[in-house]
Design a protein around this ligand. Structure first.
Ligand SMILES: Cc1cc2nc3c(=O)[nH]c(=O)nc-3n(C[C@H](O)[C@H](O)[C@H](O)COP(=O)(O)O)c2cc1C
Length: 167
């Protein structure tokens, strides 16, 4: 039986869902059976051998649906990989403000349940969606730095997961 992988994600505006989809595609191409779901839609993780869980970061925190899934006790018995999607603009280029981009609580929870690692991918903001705060934040960032998702980096991470769990 092939390895079953759940890629679950927490999002507010969809940028993290596209990262999750890219990871899911990469793993499916490597021959795994993959489900990609919003964290809030996950019923149980018992059916999966590997759980890849990620979230957008807002004000230094994961979104609630992803935090709740990470707290689920059954997760401790699975192979877990964590990613955060956040930094845009200067923050992404300079790697500044590690506490804001790599929530420490998430890293610590990951360590407690024996997660493989907690990586950070650049995020994306749009000045056309969301409320006032989000649009203002997006407008304050140079347009060229509003989408810092590096699809090669994301694909490489999916390959690393695939190699680790290769049958
Ligand atoms: C109001 C606001 C606050 C944010 N706070 C953070 C933050 O603390 N750390 C971070 O790395 N990114 C932060 N971001 C960037 C988002 O995490 C990033 O755009 C993410 O990719 C959005 O994902 P989503 O579209 O899936 O919600 C913030 C964005 C907004 C609009």
């Amino acid at each position: 039986m092939s390895t079953r992988v759940l890629v679950a994600y927490g999002t507010k505006f969809g940028a993290t869902g596209q990262i999750a989809a890219a990871i899911g595609d990469g793993l499916a191409q490597s021959g795994f059976e993959v489900d990609v779901l919003r964290a809030g839609q996950v019923r149980g993780v018992e059916d999966y051998d590997v759980v890849v869980l990620g979230s957008a970061v807002y004000l230094g925190r994961w979104v609630p649906e992803a935090r709740r899934l990470l707290e689920r006790r059954e997760l401790a018995g699975r192979d877990v990989w964590l990613f955060s999607s956040g930094p845009v603009g200067e923050q992404a280029r300079s790697g500044a403000g590690e506490n804001w981009t790599r929530p420490q609580r998430i890293t610590r929870r990951g360590e407690r349940i024996g997660a493989h690692e907690h990586v950070v991918f650049g995020g994306a903001v749009s000045d056309r969606s969301g409320g006032f705060l989000r649009r203002r934040m997006a407008q304050s960032i140079d347009p060229a730095s509003r989408d810092m998702r590096d699809w090669d980096e994301i694909a490489a991470w999916a390959r690393k997961i695939a190699t680790t769990h290769a049958a």
